[in-house]
Design a protein around this ligand. Structure first.
Ligand code: 13P
Length: 393
């Protein structure tokens, strides 16, 4: 919860005991806290220069702000501390047990001897740095960089052939994987034109059933039989215009994997969702649902494309930092669901107005392993510049 600055009331020299309530923006100073405090509602409160050496049980401290507070030896048990901010707080020897600490921010705090569910916090931080950040950084070099062109509903067969012929001349030995995801009607042409070249061919969707009365749909087996290797799934244009949901994306992903295709699964937030500050919730939900019942081994065969919907076809690219932030979040979410090994192995692309001019900066980011390119993939020279940028990245 955000502090409501207008409603802040100062509570000084009060005695805080069981079932106390200071929710909604109280600033608590110089107060006396009893040793054991249960079921208190401090949501969104602000503690400044206070001694809080107490044990808080089953209390709501979500969104609280602590500044220059002594919490040494304090305890939080079965409490909600999510979103709290700790600034220059003494947390030495504090013990957090079975409490929600998601989204907390800690700066300039003493943490010696602090434990979370019995684990020493300093050791946890070291472990995280070693097993996540550094490994992720290193894995950038071993993860496959993949540049995929999503042609969308563009190019007749002769046009497709001409574009691929031009591209072939440029990408004889790319330092990354190159894929052309073409309309269904161009698949055969593309497979023929790219034979003996490093360019792989992908489709832009597939159905989840193997066969049957599904007019207008194409099954994963049909694609595999043709020699198609990749398939784009859950693109925002499919979600937006054709009623695709996380459930159908999940079914298609599982069907594609079962047939032997490598899915490129697209996730991304709407502008409105970003403005409402729920990008991470949206992305985490999509990842959890789209990959439901997908095993770690299967996940490693997938590519995830982070495509913020507001950046697609708008010329408004996410900044490299925004792209990195969400791609890193996707990897962290995968690490929680599948473990660090699988998360480190997955190629995560950025997509959304990536072009010859901005690709190098976007692809230089540690968690941006490639790109899913719309408009710029329709021009061989531009697409090739992006491929070269990925090789440097
Ligand atoms: P643009 O590169 O045209 O913005 O499209 C991105 C995209 O949707 C790729 O799938």
């Amino acid at each position: 919860m955000e502090l409501n600055k207008e409603k802040i009331t100062l509570i000084a020299d009060c005695e805080v005991t069981d079932k106390s309530k200071t929710a909604g923006g109280a600033v608590v100073r110089t107060s006396k806290f009893c040793a054991d405090i249960s079921e208190c509602d401090f949501e969104g409160s602000c503690f400044v220069q206070t001694n809080l050496c107490a044990t808080f049980k089953c209390s709501d401290m979500s969104g609280d702000y602590f500044e220059e507070v002594d919490l040494s030896g304090a305890g939080f048990e079965r409490s909600d501390v999510s979103g709290a901010e700790f600034n220059e707080v003494n947390l030495s020897g504090a013990a957090i047990i079975d409490s929600d600490m998601s989204g907390i921010e800690i700066s300039g705090c003493k943490l010696d001897g602090m434990t979370i569910d019995g684990f020493n916090v300093r050791e946890l931080i070291e472990f995280y740095k070693k097993n996540h950040k550094e490994n992720f950084d290193m894995k950038k070099n071993v993860r496959k960089a993949v540049i995929a062109g999503n042609w969308k509903m563009n190019k007749t067969r002769p046009e497709a052939k001409a574009l691929l012929e031009e591209l072939k001349g440029k990408v004889s030995d790319p330092g990354c994987e190159v894929i052309a995801c073409v309309p269904f009607t161009n698949l055969e042409t593309a497979i023929e034109a790219t034979k003996g070249t490093p360019i792989k061919v992908g489709a832009q969707n597939c159905h989840f059933e193997k066969s049957g009365a599904f007019t207008g749909e194409i099954s994963a087996d049909m694609l595999v039989e043709m020699g198609v290797e990749y398939v784009v799934l859950g693109h925002s244009e499919r979600r937006q215009y054709f009623g695709e949901t996380d459930e159908t994306v999940n079914k298609r992903t599982r069907a594609a994997l079962a047939a032997g295709l490598k899915p490129i699964v697209c996730v991304g937030e709407l502008l409105w969702e970003r403005e409402c500050n729920i990008t991470e919730e949206v992305i985490a939900r999509q990842i959890k649902l789209d990959f439901y019942a997908v095993s770690a081994e299967e996940l490693k065969k997938c590519i995830i494309a982070y495509e913020p919907v507001w950046a697609i076809g708008t010329g408004k690219t996410a900044t490299a930092d925004q792209a990195e932030e969400v791609c890193a979040f996707i990897r962290a979410t995968l690490a929680k669901l599948y473990g660090a090994d699988a998360a480190e192995a997955v190629t995560i692309q950025y997509g959304g107005s990536m072009n010859a001019g901005n690709a190098e900066e976007l692809l230089s980011k540690v968690n941006v392993d490639g790109g899913l390119i719309g408009g710029a993939s329709l021009k061989a020279a531009d697409f090739n510049t992006i491929i070269e940028a990925a090789t440097k990245g």
